[in-house]
Design a protein around this ligand. Structure first.
Ligand SMILES: NC(=O)c1ccc[n+]([C@@H]2O[C@H](COP(=O)([O-])OP(=O)(O)OC[C@H]3O[C@@H](n4cnc5c(N)ncnc54)[C@H](O)[C@@H]3O)[C@@H](O)[C@H]2O)c1
Length: 435
């Protein structure tokens, strides 16, 4: 395919070389005459393993060239890939001025182009940027989005130092779009690469890079805090993290990675606190580990606020324990929510088939007696009755029966902490806690 690439820095230089090597005709565009000159001389604009050889080879084969002339680049290509810089602004936001300048330039060039043009944003951008980019192109070109041109988001995942290798071995290829044909066209550019090609909503693709990079930063910081604690205790931190990574069921896995409600139970809060206290006893600062419980409490407050909007209605909780299939109420976040709402005078009913107050023993009994001493007055044995008697139903545990139970409750307000079935999500008064 014929492609123009805007920005000949790290991402642009690797893309121009690799896309040409994969059989495309590529024109690079940059405001820097030096970089344009380098590409035209067959030189890479960056220091990166293998890219110098690729650029020279592809220039010699006549597959790549570069220019500062946007009109020439756009009129001779069917796809424009945008890979200009998006540095941090002084306030910490992404500075998108280079991106929007390119939108203006491409828009002006499209004024005189008759054929359909596909634009793929490869730079890291904020959610909503593609829509703004498209409206700038519409304003400056006088053309219509999805009639004369389309825009997709196609974030780059390469890392400097291994950029060419990363280009050829991406974990996945992500394309966000509101235009199926444009998404498929961009997908064809990466047909030969390993890794799944995922086509998704524009905004999902736009936020992905931030989520990935923030998680990578979190991984590094978590491992460093673990390392610091281990060193103080003369424990081999690399052995610890190697073993940690071998657990592919709970540690390095999709498990626990679902947006939803707070954690609870007898183990997570207790053991987190234990590690925190150990670190403090060692005079270590562990802000990542310290902040986990704070985030958990924020989620409990969020739930309380969400439910309290309906303070004068009859509230029914489906599930009270900290997770499905157990009667363990210790540190169940739903108990904290109900305790707070009872304090505010709310009218509450609770159904949990695993809870029988007279059978609770030990620390479980002590915990609930301290938090909700009159729990037996709130418990309703019949789930159907709880649903029919309540105006607002809060689903706290993912018991299989709950989605079924709610099938006929489309007239109720449903507040979902557990990600219920799609059928329930279509109800007019359905509210997910963070989706
Ligand atoms: N560097 C990385 O490892 C990496 C990895 C993945 C994603 N990204 C993202 O990709 C984007 C580009 O990063 P980079 O490191 O390649 O940036 P860079 O600073 O190395 O290169 C950006 C290039 O864009 C050019 N440019 C600026 N305005 C232009 C315009 N109006 N027209 C044409 N060219 C213009 C600049 O002259 C420069 O050569 C950023 O959003 C970055 O966050 C970078």
């Amino acid at each position: 395919m014929k492609i123009s690439i805007f920005g000949l820095g790290y991402v642009g230089c690797v893309s121009i070389g690799c896309l040409a090597k994969n059989g495309n005709q590529v024109i690079g565009v940059d405001v820097s005459e030096t970089k344009v000159g380098q590409i035209n001389k067959g030189q890479a604009t960056i220091i990166e393993k293998d890219i110098d050889v690729i650029i020279k080879e592809q220039r010699d084969l006549g597959n790549i060239s570069a220019t500062t002339d946007v009109n020439q680049a756009v009129s001779n290509t069917e796809i424009s890939i945008v890979a200009v810089g998006t540095p941090s602004s002084t306030k910490g936001h992404l500075n998108l001025k280079y991106i929007f300048k390119v939108a203006e330039n491409i828009g002006l060039a499209l004024q005189t182009k008759d054929s359909f043009h596909t634009i793929a944003i490869r730079s890291t951008i904020m959610p909503g940027t593609c829509d703004k980019f498209a409206s700038i192109v519409e304003e400056t070109s006088g053309k219509k989005r999805n009639v004369d041109f389309a825009i997709v988001d196609n974030p780059e995942f390469l890392r400097e130092g291994t950029a060419v290798d990363d280009y050829y071995n991406p974990p996945l290829t992500l394309i966000g779009s509101d235009n199926k044909d444009a998404a498929n066209k961009i997908a064809r550019l990466y047909d030969m690469l390993p890794g799944e090609i995922i086509i998704t909503d524009l905004r999902v693709a736009e936020i992905m890079k931030y989520i990935n990079n923030t998680f990578h930063a979190l991984k590094i910081s978590f491992a460093n805090e673990v390392g610091n604690i281990c060193k103080e205790l003369s424990i081999n931190s690399h052995e610890v993290m190697n073993i940690f990574c071998k657990d592919k069921q709970l540690n390095i896995s999709p498990y626990y990675f679902k947006p939803g409600f707070s954690y609870g139970g007898s183990c997570l809060p207790k053991d987190l606190k234990g590690l925190q206290t150990l670190a403090h006893d060692l005079y270590l600062e562990v802000p990542v580990i310290d902040s986990i419980n704070k985030t958990n409490n924020i989620q409990i407050d969020r739930a309380i606020k969400l439910i309290y909007k309906h303070w004068n209605k009859k509230l029914g909780f489906l599930g009270l324990s900290f997770k499905a299939g157990t009667d363990d109420l210790r540190n169940s976040p739903a108990v904290a929510v109900i305790e707070a709402l009872l304090g505010k005078g709310c009218d509450i009913g609770v159904y949990d088939e695993n809870i029988n107050v007279s059978l609770l023993i030990g620390t479980n009994k002590e915990f609930i007696n301290a938090k909700i001493p009159h729990l037996s007055n709130l418990l309703i044995q019949d789930a159907d009755k709880l649903v029919s008697d309540s105006e607002v139903i809060i689903v706290n545990t993912k018991e299989k029966e709950f989605s079924n139970l709610l099938k006929d409750a489309s007239d109720k307000i449903i507040i979902d902490f557990v990600n219920l079935d799609e059928e329930i999500k279509k109800f007019p008064n359905y509210i997910g806690i963070n989706w």
